[in-house]
Write a protein that binds this ligand. Structure first.
Ligand code: SAH
Ligand code: SF4
Ligand code: F3S
Length: 449
């Protein structure tokens, strides 16, 4: 049997990063990674359990790719759904032969070797293990790009009542600082200019393991170390939690020039009553104070967020409180999710009280607000010159490229292939609701490759 593997990723950035690490690990073991699902003999789905829809999609896919003309392909379900359901996945997806949770991903080459030698076999691995340092550092030299994700921790110690992640990812575990720094140095030497640090609550990094130094949390110490890495020009992270967003982190925006003026800070709801029912340990007022303090340091800072609409018990007044925060902060980007009850979470016992129609209507109202503030922001940018990290060719149009401003606004601009990976100046000449449009100004290259 050929060893061609297709990996499909669902869910969050953490999963994207882990799929990338898995691809690198498989290549090192003689497997070929393909983007063409049809030509692959092995199909691995790296799955997500955060909402019912994500699970339904992955199960549908696993059944589709293992039947009819696809019969004989080796199908594996990996990641959060594997951890969540274990062996019961074989009932939902009878042709699947491999079920591996997030802690077992580094062992997949070995499992595939075994499965290919024995067609009647299945392997399930949902053991909870200490962090696999080798796997979390795995990178493929050929896949190094201008902007990349770097995981700094895994798991979550919170118990937000709606959330399945603590079950699928276990307790917080932090990567050693030296591993993270070594990985970023290695990437910087090969052309990476921007890193986005990943974790469920990045500002919890190192809690109770790495001491505070001069009032600075381990996370801020890590940011300072990355600031010092030559070649890295931009630092981003997601997601921080409002709870631990203290003055040392707010000050970092002033002290660390590479820290981009954009914070993705999940609010979930603007109603204190609902926040309490969600077991989110802050009030709307505290969230607003963090945003105000950031705005004082960096007036141009952009704030985006995550919101759940239709949490059990969310009435009109609660929803209006969320709308009010949107109008106060003017989020120009937000991920808005309709509440999805998750078996095994605390909120499961509250039932699914809000109808689909109301969830949908609330979702639409917030989306309209984001669109409005996004367009307003984009229009205010027309005529300015922004520093852009050129990431790739745009999907459409010859000589059209795409990249992001420091505030994480997407820009499509006219440029040339040789500028990919460089920071350049782009004059913003127009916009759509979500995208800025511009052109490269050659006399003002903002940085070397
Ligand atoms: N650790 C991050 C969130 C990770 S999950 C944090 O605490 O900010 C990503 C997002 O999915 C959450 O912010 C939340 O908005 C959404 N989400 C989580 N569980 C959900 C559920 N049961 N239904 C709908 N959305 C959910
Ligand atoms: Fe889930 Fe809450 Fe942990 Fe985020 S902080 S991963 S929402 S339990
Ligand atoms: Fe989904 Fe797991 Fe990420 S549940 S959101 S893939 S941590």
């Amino acid at each position: 049997m050929e060893k061609r593997v297709y990996i499909k990723t669902y869910g969050c950035q953490m999963n994207e990063r882990e799929s990338e690490g898995l691809a690198a690990t498989l290549r090192n073991h003689g497997y070929e990674i393909t983007d063409d699902e049809h030509s692959a003999e092995i199909i691995l789905l790296n799955t997500c359990s955060v909402r019912e829809q994500a699970e339904a999609k992955a199960i549908g896919k696993s059944n589709f790719i293992s039947r009819g003309k696809n019969q004989g392909k080796l199908v594996g379900i990996l990641g959060c759904m594997a951890q969540n359901f274990g062996e019961t996945l074989y009932q939902k997806s009878p042709n699947t032969r491999l079920v591996v949770g997030p802690d077992g991903l580094g062992r997949i080459p070995e499992y595939l070797d075994r499965l290919m030698g024995d067609k009647n076999r299945r392997i399930t691995d949902i053991e909870v293990r200490p962090l696999d340092r080798k796997f979390t550092s795995a990178r493929d030299e050929k896949k190094v790009k201008a902007s990349l994700f770097v995981s700094i921790m895994r798991g979550c110690n919170m118990r937000c009542t709606y959330c399945i992640v603590p079950k699928t990812r276990g307790s917080e575990q932090y990567r050693p600082m030296e591993d993270i720094i070594r990985e970023i140095q290695w990437l910087a030497e090969r052309g990476t200019r921007e890193v986005t640090l990943l974790g469920q609550i990045v500002n919890n990094y190192g809690t109770h393991q790495i001491p505070f130094i001069g009032g600075k949390s381990p996370f801020v110490q890590l940011l300072e170390k990355i600031q010092a890495i030559e070649g890295i020009r931009r630092i981003r992270f997601m997601s921080p939690h409002p709870k631990g967003f203290k003055s040392d982190l707010i000050d970092a925006y002033e002290n660390l020039p590479k820290l981009c003026p954009h914070v993705h800070l999940p609010l979930q709801s603007g109603s204190d009553r609902i926040l309490k029912a969600m077991k989110r340990p802050y009030k709307r007022e505290q969230f607003s104070s963090i945003v105000a303090a950031l705005g004082e340091k960096i007036p141009t800072i952009s704030i985006s967020t995550d919101i759940i609409v239709g949490f059990p018990g969310e009435n009109e007044e609660d929803f209006e409180a969320t709308c009010a925060v949107f109008d106060e902060i003017k989020f120009d980007m937000a991920f808005i999710f309709k509440y999805s009850p998750r078996p095994g979470t605390i909120a499961e016992n509250f039932g699914d009280q809000i109808s689909q129609e109301i969830k949908e209507a609330r979702n639409q109202i917030l989306l309209k607000k984001v669109e409005y503030y996004s367009r307003q922001y984009n229009e205010s940018m027309v005529g300015t010159v922004k520093e852009i990290l050129v990431e790739r060719r745009a999907r459409r149009g010859l000589q059209q490229f795409e990249g992001y401003t420091p505030e994480h606004r997407k820009v499509i601009f006219t440029a040339t292939e040789d500028l990919i990976g460089q920071l350049i100046s782009v004059k913003i000449e127009g916009c759509t609701t979500s995208t800025l449009l511009g052109k490269f100004i050659p006399s003002q290259v903002a940085g070397e490759a």
